[in-house]
Structure formats: C-alpha cells, structure tokens
Design a protein around this ligand. Structure first.
Ligand code: DX5
Ligand code: ZN
Length: 232
C-alpha cells in the first residue's frame, strides 16, 4: 500500500517526442530556490534538474535529501535528480522519499545497473544512467533500453559554466540508434543558445542548462533564446 501511494505521488517525465529544457539549479541562488524555480516554471518549464555531488565522485559538494524535501514543497515540476555520488544505491531511496521523481546515476558507480534500474522503478521513480565524457557509449548498451532517460555528460561533472564538449555529445547519435524515439536522451554541460541545436541534431531531446539560464538575470529571455535556437 505504501509503495502504491508513493508511485501515485510521483510525477512523470513528459512523454518522449517533445524537446524539453531542464534548468539546473546549480547556478541558481541557493538562498532563494523557491523563487528561482518559480521563475523558470512560469516560462513553461516542466522538469527541474537537481545536481547532487558528494565530494568523492566529483570534487564538489552540493545538496542532500533535506534540501530536496523543501524543493518538493515549493514546486510541482518533475524533479530530475542527477546523482554524482559514489554510492547511489545507498542514497537513492532517501532522495526518492524526499521527493525526487527521476533518478540518474553514473554507470561508473554501480556493478549491476540493470538490477538498480529495476529497483528504482520498484520504488516508483523513472530512472536512467549517465556517462562521463570519456566513458564509451558501449558501456551502457545493455541497459539503454531499460532507461526512461539517459544522460550524456558534455562536460566533466562537478561544476557549472564549463564549455560544451561536442565530441562527447556524438554518443547521443549512437545511443539514439539503440533506443529509438521512446527513451529520452538528456545532455548536460555547456548547453546554451549556441550549442543546443548541435545536441538536438545528434539525437538529444532534453537539455540541461544551468549557467545559460540562472547565470542571467532575465530567465524568460534566457529560456526564450534557447527555445529560439531550437526553433521551438
Ligand atoms: C555539472 C552538472 C550540470 C551543471 C551544468 O556537473 O551536472 O548539471 O549544472 O551546468 P552548465 O549548464 O552551466 O554547464
Ligand atoms: Zn547535472
């Protein structure tokens, strides 16, 4: 019964087939997250990207489940939670309990990704794997079709505001051939109005943007510029 209730409370990613911009709060004002998130949701944003870093898998530390719990209370957006941590299997349930709707974990951090994806689905969330820029697409071939959304890093994870790595983005084309149109492919790192169409043309349909949105005072203009570049 508890599991059933949890599942019905979870928000689903928009069905594949649309282009979605997912603002990363990493570049937002952490003392004012509620209003920062409200500003992007007011522009029709449906999915917000939460970057979780533990100081081990990446050389930076960000937020934990208590922060997600309060973000959950201030928005109905889908909470896309990118775990850049060495032990996602231990901590994912805490993020799910706090309010995460989608969990992404790095393929490098788990021995049996298929089992973990199944466990995440059983916990009521959508799930996906992430690849670092240097990790070959081959590493996720066996589990790609089990994912709801696959995340392709186009910068070295850990910090916002880095430059887009087009070479790393080419993996999207290979992955798209395996999964077809029904699995979302999200790109993360250096996405702005000048790079987003490159990622779209390579097969991505979901675009994380941190600095390009929260690094500008006018969030409507920032999102509008990325949409214009996508022709959407
Ligand atoms: C980096 C994070 C990203 C980051 C992207 O490790 O995973 O989500 O916020 O930031 P920008 O869009 O500024 O490159
Ligand atoms: Zn991220």
């Amino acid at each position: 019964m508890a599991k059933f209730l949890l599942q019905t409370m979870k928000k689903k990613l928009p069905k594949a087939g649309t282009l979605e911009i997912t603002p990363s709060i990493l570049s937002a004002d952490f003392a004012n997250l509620s209003s920062e998130i409200a500003q992007v949701v007011a522009q029709g944003i449906q999915v917000v990207h939460l970057d979780v870093m533990d100081g081990h898998f990446v050389p930076n530390i960000t937020i934990g489940p208590p922060v997600v719990k309060w973000i959950r209370r201030c928005t109905d957006a889908v909470l896309d939670t990118h775990l850049m941590i060495t032990d996602p299997q231990t901590y994912a349930p805490q993020f799910i309990k706090a309010g995460s709707d989608h969990i992404t974990f790095h393929i490098e951090t788990v021995d049996n990704a298929a089992d973990f994806i199944k466990r995440l689905h059983d916990l009521g969330v959508s799930a996906g794997v992430t690849l670092n820029p240097k990790t070959p697409a081959k590493k996720i071939e066996k589990v790609a079709a089990l994912c709801d959304m696959i995340l392709v890093m186009t910068v070295q994870p850990g910090f916002g505001g880095q430059s887009f790595m087009e070479d790393a983005c080419r993996k999207c084309a290979e992955i798209r051939k395996w999964v077809g149109p029904d699995v979302r492919i999200e790109v993360d790192g250096g996405i702005d109005a000048s790079t987003v169409a490159i990622a779209r043309d390579l097969g991505a349909d979901t675009f994380v943007a941190g600095n390009a949105i929260f690094g500008r005072p006018d969030r409507a203009a920032a999102i509008g510029d990325i949409r214009k570049a996508l022709g959407s």
